[in-house]
Design a protein around this ligand. Sequence first.
Ligand code: UT7
Length: 325
Amino acid sequence: MPAPSPSAGERPTPTILGVGAAVPDQLITNADLVARLDTSDEWIVRRTGIRERRHLRPTETLAELAARACTDAVIDAGCNAAGVDHLIIATITPDRLTPGLAPAVAARIGAAHAGVLDVNAACTGFLYGLDHAAALIESGRARHVLVCGAEALSRITDHEDRATAVLFGDGAGAVLVGPGATGRGIGSFVFGYDDTLADTLYAERDAPKLQMAGQQVYRHAVARMTEAAQELLARNGVEVEQVDYFVAHQANARIVTAVADALGVPHEKVSFNVEWTANTSAASIPLALAAAQRDGHLKPGSLVGMVAFGAGFVWAAGLASWKDT
Ligand code: UT7
């Protein structure tokens, strides 16, 4: 479907039209980890809020999981994958070093004419994809853009290290972005980075297991996400009370609580999906969005605030209206 050119003064307002999610069948509970590591359900829940996570089996591909999430998002939007102009996949764990995930996913869902691109911005990758999708639609270069966050973090986790083995999970979430009819659309985003602490959270190419100085990362995650969200609200002229639902990167329920409290967002408006997914990096925000819609927290016209922080350090915050059609 060729993208229409907007006439002067008539810029399309990008909005989220649909959402989808997929997690692997293989469930790993805290009890499963307690059976083979020096840890406890009490420690994991108290320090992280995590109760369970999903892991891909060795025979399963992340492309297949991402395709399920993308198909769900297209169906939820009432659209057709053949009309997708671009597919942007945020991931740090593609099935192969190259090619990226996007071509395999586009082929699986039938997005035959899509531009296909992988983005690596760690836990903030989905928000980068969303911002780029909004820009493509606003400019008239595209009409429908699929943005997917997909991760198989179990493949870069040291499963013998209790400090990290309990934290990470696999999953995929996606949104279809397209022109909205009314409302705010997808607002101006905030981005930031600081590479001076890159060694506190990383995985090497030749020994790809996530290493993290947890407490340092924790402190910076709270501070940077709080600042980014405050700047986001100011830049978009939005009061915190106007935000209907708030999704912070799902790494740790204590981090989410600290950021929400600093911003003054009541907890009933906040996602704690980490309980069921653990930390899924770039997939965490779209998985949380799908859960929020399923649970009735996001309705057409809702305004959702999103903020993420991860390796780099790299952080981002964005505002989007929900299904404003
Ligand atoms: O997605 C990118 C962003 N990532 C994040 O934002 C994660 C940020 N960091 C965190 O969420 C937290 O720092 C962790 C959940 C990783 C760790 O929680 P913490 O409260 O900072 O614990 P800690 O690392 O200070 O460890 C406290 C104690 C230590 O024992 P000692 O030295 O006090 O005796 C650890 O050895 O807990 C011990 N410990 C464990 N005990 C039982 C560490 N892991 C475990 C475990 N089970 N799984």
